[in-house]
Design a protein around this ligand. Structure first.
Ligand code: CUA
Length: 336
């Protein structure tokens, strides 16, 4: 009996501080969505079960090391042991029950948070591509490179990919879902906390994977309406090529690598680029005129700037119309 009482007491002695420790530290960022609450409760249950199992294994191990150690001068062999049916049944059944019930609770949480939201849902079409996110609001005719959501209004995301598999991940909302080419994945959530967050890509998708993030803002409904209005009327009217170019710059993933304020990112900055002398990686120099900018958009690997690696997708020639490429060039020209 003593052989069980001591390890059990030891288990309690290790498990209780462990559980208190896990409950007191914050392993997750601030919680900002309604659906995230169930996810967090499930995570706490996991911490508790993991702490108890860890303590149980460690206690019996430590107790055995001490209680069954070899006595001084004892050179005899240990008594052979031929297994223990009762013990084997217990250590097969108990983990089976734990894993099955966790699976059950997990499935019910998943069903719960996948429920289609009520009326007044905000539709957002999310497009992932190498290497940026684009957010379209079909109810308002707005496309943006940042995700702006009114607080407490349910939102429904339809996730699409233009090229390879990405994964849409916003830690504060406790959501993560793969974005698969040729497939529409869906996601529901209601933001509950005003603030600024980021969306990440959680699936290795190429050289620019680490740059594939976008700003997420949860705002007051009034601020959201103002933002929508500002997005619906681009500066200078829709026929202004510079405004159109800026819009493309923000929605086509250019911001991930090319700054507009002179900051060095993965690609050369657009500030002061037009008309400047550019040194290429083969040592030659070219003037950054319209022809050079056009060539660099449709064939990024053709003339690579010294000190940079070409990680730009070579697909813009198919994705952009000639008019859009001209608008982008007009935008770059305006950044003097
Ligand atoms: Cu997209 Cu990683």
């Amino acid at each position: 009996m003593k052989r069980f009482i001591i390890p059990i007491l030891l288990t309690i002695l290790i498990a209780v501080p462990l559980i208190i420790f896990f409950e007191s530290i914050d392993l997750t960022p601030v919680l900002a969505s309604q659906q995230g609450r169930d996810v967090d409760s499930l995570l706490h249950v996991l911490y508790i079960i993991a702490s108890i199992i860890f303590a149980l294994v460690m206690s019996f191990l430590l107790y055995s090391v001490v209680a069954f150690r070899r006595k001084e001068g004892d050179l005899s062999d240990a008594k052979p042991v031929y297994g223990h049916v009762g013990l084997e049944i217990v250590w097969t059944l108990v983990p089976l029950i734990i894993v099955l019930s966790l699976g059950g609770v997990g499935a019910s949480v998943l069903l719960d948070i996948s429920h289609p939201p009520q009326a007044d849902v905000l539709e957002v079409n999310v497009t992932g591509f190498q290497w940026a996110w684009s957010f379209e609001y079909p109810q308002y005719g707005v496309t943006s490179n940042e995700l702006v959501l009114p607080v407490d209004r349910p939102a429904r995301f339809v996730l699409r990919s233009r090229d390879v598999i990405h994964s849409f991940f916003i830690p504060e909302f406790r959501i993560k879902m793969d974005v698969v080419p040729g497939k529409h994945n869906e996601l529901q959530l209601t933001p509950t906390q005003i603030g600024e967050y980021r969306t990440y890509c959680a699936e290795l998708c190429g050289t620019g994977h680490a740059f594939m993030t976008a700003r997420v803002r949860v705002v007051d409904p009034a601020v959201f309406d103002e933002w929508l209005q500002s997005q619906q009327q681009p500066v200078g009217g829709p026929s202004d090529p510079v405004a159109q170019g800026q819009d493309l710059y923000e929605t086509q993933g250019c911001t991930g690598c090319h700054s507009q304020d002179g900051t060095r990112q993965a690609g050369p900055t657009f500030r002061g680029l037009f008309g400047s002398q550019v040194t290429l990686d083969d040592g030659t120099t070219v003037t950054a005129d319209e022809e050079y900018l056009h060539a660099s958009i449709v064939d990024p690997g053709g003339q690579v700037v010294e000190g940079f690696n070409n990680i730009m997708p070579g697909t813009y020639a198919q994705e952009l119309t000639e008019e859009q490429i001209q608008a982008l060039i007009a935008f770059i020209k305006s950044l003097q």
